[in-house]
Design a protein around this ligand. Structure first.
Ligand code: ATP
Ligand code: SKM
Ligand code: MG
Length: 181
């Protein structure tokens, strides 16, 4: 990472499963010359286990603890785009902590798009249930107030990945002018 990249505040991407945090974060990091980190991938690497296995053997509460450790002390303080797991910002105190640590952007999509995008694989244990569509709608309704209050909001609805990337870079540049570390 270059010296100028190190002086830039971290950008945290939050939002529900399937809104595109990982896909978009990777591209935004490349364009801004920042390091890309995905909390889910980092936790899997450190634990040597996939997320469904962590949920099955150690439980969701343990996974949430690992997410908190990752945010508190498991990643660099500056120069990164951090794509967060979908439930990370929901934990008590987490949205405040993220706002202290850097800039926060929340991605949105309709329940229909989320259901379609998350149906492509079985990596999300919370959606490996008999009726994943109902689970998406219920969880989304429960979490939406927290997502809405977590940071600058960008919709991904009806936008391609490159279009969302462009919006995000514009938003990052605009909000980073006011960020005081
Ligand atoms: N704007 C978009 N239009 C169409 N497909 C998209 C869009 N954004 C992301 N996708 C696709 O949706 C799927 C889910 O995206 P991604 O894995 O980035 O979501 P995520 O927010 O990181 O989810 P999670 O919280 O579970 O990690 C991927 O196949 C991705 O290519
Ligand atoms: O929304 C959630 O609670 C989750 C989202 C994924 O990114 C993973 O962090 C995990 O599957 C849980
Ligand atoms: Mg992801």
């Amino acid at each position: 990472m270059s010296k100028t990249a190190q002086s830039k505040p971290n950008l945290y991407l939050v939002g529900f499963m399937g809104v595109g945090k990982s896909a978009i974060g990777r591209r935004v990091a490349r364009e801004l010359g920042l390091r890309f980190i995905d909390s889910d991938q980092q936790i899997e690497k450190e634990q040597g286990k996939k997320i469904p296995e962590i949920f099955a053997t150690e439980g969701e509460a343990r996974f949430r603890e690992l997410e908190r450790q990752f945010i508190e002390s498991g990643h660099p303080d500056t120069g990164c785009v951090v794509s967060c797991g979908g439930g990370l910002v929901i934990q008590p105190g987490m949205k405040e902590l993220l706002k202290q640590k850097g800039l926060v952007i929340c991605l949105f999509a309709s329940a229909e798009s989320i259901i379609e995008r998350t149906s492509r694989n079985k990596d999300r244990p919370l959606l490996n249930v008999a009726d994943p569509a109902s689970k998406v709608r219920a969880l989304l309704a429960e979490r939406e107030p927290i997502y809405m209050d977590s940071g600058a909001c960008i919709t991904t609805e009806g936008r391609t990945i490159p279009e969302v990337v462009r919006h995000m870079i514009r938003t990052y540049k605009s909000i980073s002018r006011n960020f005081k570390s």
